[in-house]
Ligand binder design. Sequence first.
Ligand code: CUA
Length: 333
Amino acid sequence: MKAPVELFERPSVLRPAGDAAQTIAGLSIELMVGAALIFLLVMMLLAWAVVRSGAKPGLHPRWLVYGGGLVLPTAVVTALLIHGYERTPAWQPPPQDDALIVGVTAHLYWWELRYRDPVSGREVVTANELHLPVGRPVRLGLSSADVIHSFWVPALAGKVDMVPGRVNHLLVKASRAGVFRGQCAEFCGEQHARMALHVVAEPPAAFDAWLAGQGEPAAALPEPADVPDPPGAPPARLQAAELVQGRQVFLEQRCNACHSVRGVAEEARLGPDLTHVGSRLYLGAGTLANQPANMAHWVAHTQTVKPGARMPSALALEPAALRALAAWLSSLK
Ligand code: CUA
């Protein structure tokens, strides 16, 4: 098993990639600088008091008691309140007409994403990797299918709880391209820590192409009979046969009881939609880098890699069948 490749920027409130995060970053710096200055002032007063206490023990100057104990804290807290209030975004701002709409539903322990694009009219279901067009407002509808989770992508905005039975809204706009890591920020169970979300912000044209691709059904299988079979060297044909076998294993093992692959089996809603699983950066909601070897490892040893995940380990699968299944899933770009 290979360690996850870090394809994303390390999450930091101080490296914003969106308007809301920019405000939070500014406030964070002001708070840290302000706190450092106050700390310095208090230390200087303490030093002064220690030096003077030898001379007049038990005597506190009046200006220190009233000034430092009442006037200064009242002034600082009032200034912070006004400053913070001015920067608080309007309560649930109405989305612009062209805003992309994404329904994000948290599950134990993964993210379901439903896109609705009023411009192109496309509706697409995917999982665990949120793509955003740079510069375009995106309205997120955040909910949960089971327990309380919390949506947090530090580069984009602050945390918003995801509560079963209600939809909380968050308006985000990516200001630059990049891959940003998000994390469930409300303890939800055993694998709360491995409930990561990756945000891929890309130029609008690249996003439109991505959304169009995600809206397509799963990649068609090559027909083994149609693949030329040069004497003595049949790797292409073997590969095609393996993909066909992989799809068969998917159906025989009833993976489709939980997972949909559009164009193959589309009824299930319990697990992530796998129609284009091969195109994603990670497996298991940010747990493993998406490579064929990791795909096989993930399917066979889910409960070792992510104990408590809702998918059982496919320990009984023959090595050849497992390889074929992993190859087919990885081919679903
Ligand atoms: Cu979901 Cu913590």
